[in-house]
Ligand binder design. Sequence first.
Ligand code: C2E
Ligand code: CA
Ligand code: CA
Ligand code: CA
Length: 277
Amino acid sequence: AKQAGRNNFQFFVPEMNQRAMVRLQMESALRRAIERGEMILHYQPQMELSNGHISGCEALVRWQDPVKGMIPPMDFIPLAEESGLILPLGDWVMREACLQQARWAAEGIHLSMAINISALQFQQADFVEKVARIISETGANPREIELEITESALLASTDELVAQLERVRALGVTLALDDFGTGYSCLAYLKRLPIERLKIDRSFVKDLPGDAEDAAIASATLSMARDLGMDVVAEGVENQAQCDYLIERRCRSIQGYFISKPLSADALTAWLRARGL
Ligand code: C2E
Ligand code: CA
Ligand code: CA
Ligand code: CA
């Protein structure tokens, strides 16, 4: 038994070491990438269903590795969150997205800019001051800045949380609840929070209108949001049938490949110009 135990031990340790090493290597690669300016933002347009107007976009980060090429956020955001690197990365994203909002405004392109905020960022004691500073330094219009938070950022104690959200709102910035329906949604809670928009997660949009459960969730979210005076953006809209379903239920806006994939700033500018905007 003793020997088996030792064998187990010997088998187990190198594997753990290897995994820990891969993580450490990735972490330092990510740190270097942020420093070297290998991060870029792409922007995915959002369309209002009532008039076809492109009213805003969401900033989505990519890692442009000189060797590996474009690395999607799902391959490094979780690591960035676990290691705390999401804080410097999140600062960079916010600054760059605000700069782009201001650049576009200077060219006469008025788009609201939605920025993803991790729970860890939102929980920083100086978060609101940081947002205020970045907005003022970049010349962005706070009325055109929207911060997307997830339910995981809303699990803190309620009074403090409401105060924090109110301070963000006082800057003129809009708050949106991302990936709605995927987390622990305490619905009663929503009415207390100064959140103006809900983003219905793509997982509930994907199989619309055919899937009965997804249709029930999408439809219930839309009517609840309407009753609470909130706007809804449906994510991941890929086809006309999904779009028709959402129009019928008076969803405010959509975002998805049906309109456009996320594009570089230049490509989105060209795309908007081609549409005569
Ligand atoms: P998300 O915030 O839910 O962003 C939407 C994701 O859905 C994006 O993936 C987008 O490219 C993708 N998408 C949009 N329309 C469609 C569609 O019609 N079909 C399909 N199949 N996918 C669609 P992306 O860019 O890979 O980002 C993945 C996630 O990474 C984001 O999900 C967000 O959670 C996170 N992320 C991206 N950028 C940032 C960032 O700057 N900060 C933080 N904290 N997280 C980020
Ligand atoms: Ca988002
Ligand atoms: Ca989302
Ligand atoms: Ca289903």
